[in-house]
Write a protein that binds this ligand. Structure first.
Ligand SMILES: Nc1nc2c(ncn2[C@@H]2O[C@H](COP(=O)(O)OP(=O)(O)OP(=O)(O)O)[C@@H](O)[C@H]2O)c(=O)[nH]1
Ligand SMILES: [Zn+2]
Ligand SMILES: [Zn+2]
Length: 266
C-alpha cells in the first residue's frame, strides 16, 4: 500500500520533470530564463521581488513576474506597482506550482521579449522543492526571524537551491540571528552555495538577485548543488521511457504529510 502510494508520487514527479525539461527548452528558444523563488509563508518574497522588479524596470531590463498563492491577488497587486507585467496564479488548494501550470501561463500571457521570468512559488518549504518548473536559477529564501535551523529541517528546499537569500536583516539584532550558525547549516545541506543578505525594508542588498539572475541567464547557474547531482545520477541509473504526447489538464491534490522525492532543476 505504502509502496504504491510512493510509486504514484514518483510517477507524478517524473512526469513533472519531463514537462519541466520541455518548458526549459521552449523558454530557451525564446530567450527567457525562469527564476524560481521558494520560502516559507511570509519570508519576504514579495517585498524583495517588488524592489528587484522596480530596479529592473528602471534599467530597462525586460522582466516579468508570476506569483502563486492558494488564494487572494494581494501579491500581484503589490508586484504590479513596479510597472512590469505580472500574473497571479491561484492554485485553488494546491500547495505548489507544477511545470504544466507555468507552461500554460507562459503560453497565454508572457510577453515575447521577456528575458527574466521571476516565479514566486506558494509559500511552503516542502512540496515546491520537489517540482522543477523549468527554471535556470532556484533561490531559497529564509528570513532572520525563522531561526537558524531551517536549512536542516528543510534540506531539499535549501539543498537544491543555486542561491540562498537571507531576508529581513534589519530585524537580525532584535531576534539575535546567529549568522554563523545559519551559514554552517546551509553549508551542511548545500556545500559551496552562495548566501546573500538582504533587507527589502532598508533596501540593503537589493539588486543582488537581479544581478545573479542576469548572470545565470547568460551563463547558467554558477553553482551546482551536490544534492541535485545525486538526484540526476540516480535518474540516469533508472532511465525510463518518456511519453511525448502530453495530456492536458491534470489532477493532483494531496493532504498534509505527503513527501516528495527531491528533484532538481537541470
Ligand atoms: N522588517 C522587515 N519586514 C519585511 C521585510 N520584507 C518583508 N517584510 C514583511 O514581512 C511580511 C511578509 O512579507 P511578504 O513579502 O508578503 O512575504 P512573502 O514571502 O511574499 O509571503 P507569502 O507570499 O504569503 O508566502 C510583510 O509584513 C512584510 O512587510 C524586510 O526586509 N524587513
Ligand atoms: Zn508573497
Ligand atoms: Zn504540494
Amino acid at each position: 500500500m505504502c509502496d504504491s502510494v510512493t510509486d504514484l508520487q514518483q510517477a507524478v514527479l517524473a512526469k513533472n520533470d519531463h514537462r519541466a525539461q520541455h518548458l526549459r527548452d521552449e523558454l530557451a528558444a525564446r530567450g527567457t530564463v525562469v527564476v524560481n523563488l521558494l520560502s516559507s509563508p511570509g519570508s519576504g518574497k514579495t517585498a524583495l521581488l517588488e524592489a528587484e522588479l522596480t530596479l529592473a524596470a528602471e534599467r530597462g531590463i525586460p522582466v516579468a513576474a508570476l506569483t502563486a498563492d492558494l488564494a487572494t491577488e494581494n501579491d500581484a497587486v503589490r508586484l504590479a506597482r513596479s510597472g512590469v507585467p505580472v500574473r497571479q496564479v491561484l492554485t485553488d488548494g494546491l500547495c505548489h506550482l507544477e511545470a504544466d501550470m507555468l507552461r500554460r501561463h507562459v503560453a497565454e500571457w508572457l510577453p515575447e521579449r521577456t528575458r527574466l521570468l521571476f516565479v514566486e512559488n506558494v509559500g511552503n518549504l516542502v512540496c515546491p522543492a520537489g517540482y522543477d518548473l523549468g527554471e535556470t536559477l532556484r533561490v531559497a529564501l529564509a528570513s532572520v526571524t525563522e531561526g537558524e535551523d531551517k536549512p536542516l529541517k528543510y534540506p531539499s528546499a535549501f539543498g537544491l537551491a543555486h542561491l540562498v537569500l537571507v531576508t529581513k536583516t534589519d530585524l537580525a539584532a532584535a531576534v539575535e540571528f546567529d549568522e554563523a550558525g545559519f551559514l554552517a547549516n546551509v553549508q551542511r545541506v548545500n556545500p559551496g552555495v552562495e548566501v546573500l543578505f538582504t533587507s527589502a525594508r532598508r533596501g540593503d542588498g537589493v539588486g543582488l538577485l537581479l544581478e545573479r539572475a542576469l548572470a545565470a541567464a547568460e551563463a547558467g547557474p554558477a553553482h551546482q548543488p551536490v544534492m541535485a547531482r545525486q538526484a540526476h545520477d540516480h535518474d540516469r541509473d533508472h532511465e525510463h521511457d518518456h511519453e511525448h504526447g502530453h495530456d492536458h489538464g491534470h489532477s493532483h491534490a494531496h493532504g498534509a504529510g505527503h513527501s516528495h522525492r527531491p528533484v532538481a532543476p537541470r
